[in-house]
Design a protein around this ligand. Sequence first.
Ligand SMILES: Cc1cc2nc3c(=O)[nH]c(=O)nc-3n(C[C@H](O)[C@H](O)[C@H](O)COP(=O)(O)OP(=O)(O)OC[C@H]3O[C@@H](n4cnc5c(N)ncnc54)[C@H](O)[C@@H]3O)c2cc1C
Length: 76
Amino acid sequence: MGKTCTYTNSPDGDFIIDQHPEHQNIYLACGFSGHGFKFSSVVGEILCQLITEGKTKFDLNPFSLERFKKVADSAI
Ligand SMILES: Cc1cc2nc3c(=O)[nH]c(=O)nc-3n(C[C@H](O)[C@H](O)[C@H](O)COP(=O)(O)OP(=O)(O)OC[C@H]3O[C@@H](n4cnc5c(N)ncnc54)[C@H](O)[C@@H]3O)c2cc1C
């Protein structure tokens, strides 16, 4: 029997790991685009560091929401 399998793709296929733009007490980790499972332990570690320490040793620039704004601005 077939079963529907849903998952979320980000516009560029990379993860989104960032602070909510309007609510500093909320962190987002989503848009895993079909390749997130093998990174679940490190994403959990990152979120744990962000929530408990307010920072992480990992470079999150490639996963920022800001990258979509740059693409949107350049299209104008
Ligand atoms: C067919 C397929 C193949 C894949 N193959 C790979 C692969 O080979 N390698 C790889 O690294 N990744 C793979 N992935 C991707 C990986 O599974 C996902 O990126 C990863 O599981 C996303 O994690 P998540 O925690 O965001 O979401 P999920 O794992 O979907 O977890 C979300 C959880 O929230 C629960 N939930 C939803 N709504 C509610 C609600 N209202 N209240 C309470 N709970 C709720 C759900 O039941 C679920 O347990 C694959 C995905 C699919 C669909």
